[in-house]
Design a protein around this ligand. Structure first.
Ligand code: PBG
Length: 335
């Protein structure tokens, strides 16, 4: 069979189009644009606090004043959105800090919206950072062991979501993976008058080794057990599609796949199947891998970062959540 008989593909000589840099750019299929980036930030109580996270060079736990500085830098670099994670002073078994009127995230959101009204403020809605045991839901202990109480967790998640909306959050991102949480949050928001506050659900969230550095950053490592009863098995793609379908039915406006690089097939299948706004979260471990290799001189940080994030665009992601957002904005400006 000759190349001419390939049907969809006519006789095609790519070399001609790869000739000059300008021509190469002209026929380029996908691009990275800073307008699609979301920068995750960690906030905790204090003043002038920039506590480095050892496993994530360049990422800090920030006090609210420093958070505003960091968000301003990102906004000025063209990054339109931040995703806020809170580290409370006190944790308990009801995750009270997650829905306290004056909780750390609620304070941070109010401050960001007053200082930078045009910055999109997204909040992570979860309980793990606020639970003394570090799980994403309410834990029930009995003679048979421990289990996560799905429906009791939904009530707390819904309260947290409404409190974030009251503080002024533009978009809510539930990351807990309890069943039915998108509907519970949607109903609670509507009931409280926040009918126009959208939801970006962590729809296909896998139980991943790549969250390791984040758990240092958010101080949310489970004290016992693991998250495999509520996060997905990395072996399952069909299940990911069902999770996404459910979240959309329950009212999610944007769906997310997480992690990103090891799950590019899921990003592509979600985009093809549902044709809805799709986010890919390039998680802490993906960031730290490149940072660590670059520090040793084994990888070119800029090239490796841009190539990884570009693969998310190729896979179909509309929104890219990355700790490298500000660096990438700078690199893209340099061209
Ligand atoms: C909370 C949450 C996690 C991440 C985002 N939200 C951690 C987890 O599920 O253990 C991970 C983000 C990252 O690794 O960058 N449920």
């Amino acid at each position: 069979m000759s190349l001419h008989n390939l049907g969809r593909f006519p006789a095609y000589r790519p070399r001609r189009l790869r000739g000059s840099p300008a021509l190469r750019r002209l026929v380029r299929e996908t691009r990275l644009s800073v307008e699609q980036f979301v920068l995750p930030l960690f906030v905790r109580a204090g003043r002038k606090l920039r506590q480095p996270i050892s496993s994530m060079p360049g990422v800090f736990q920030l006090s609210p004043d420093e958070l505003v500085k960091e968000a301003t830098k990102a906004f000025q670099a063209g990054v339109p959105a931040v995703l806020i994670f809170g580290i409370p002073d006190k944790k308990d078994e009801k995750a009270s800090g997650a829905y306290a009127k004056n909780g750390i995230v609620q304070q941070a959101v109010r401050l960001l919206k007053s200082e930078l009204p045009e910055l999109l403020v997204i909040t992570d809605v979860c309980l793990c950072e606020y639970m003394s045991h570090g799980h994403c839901g309410v834990v029930h202990r009995d003679d048979h062991g421990v289990c996560i109480e799905n429906d009791a967790s939904l009530k707390l998640l819904a309260r947290a979501a409404v409190s974030h909306a009251e503080a002024g959050a533009d978009l809510l991102a539930p990351s807990d993976m309890m069943d039915g949480r998108v509907r519970a949050i949607r109903e609670a928001l509507d009931g409280a008058g926040f009918t126009n506050t959208p939801i970006m659900s962590y729809a296909a969230k896998f139980a991943s080794a790549f969250y390791g550095p984040f758990r240092e950053a958010a101080e949310s490592t489970p004290k016992f057990g693991d998250r495999r009863s509520y996060q997905m098995d990395p072996a399952n793609a069909e299940e990911a599609l069902r999770e996404v379908a459910l979240d959309l039915q329950e009212g999610a406006d944007i769906v997310m796949v997480k992690p990103a690089l090891a799950y590019l097939d899921i990003v592509r299948r979600v985009k093809d199947e549902f044709a809805c706004p799709t986010a890919a979260y390039s998680v802490s471990g993906e960031y730290s891998m490149i940072k660590a290799a670059a520090a040793k001189g084994w990888l070119d940080e800029k090239a490796a970062t841009l190539e990884s994030l570009l693969s998310l665009r190729r896979a179909g992601a509309d929104i890219i959540i990355t700790y490298a957002a500000v660096d990438v904005a700078g690199w893209l400006r340099e061209g």
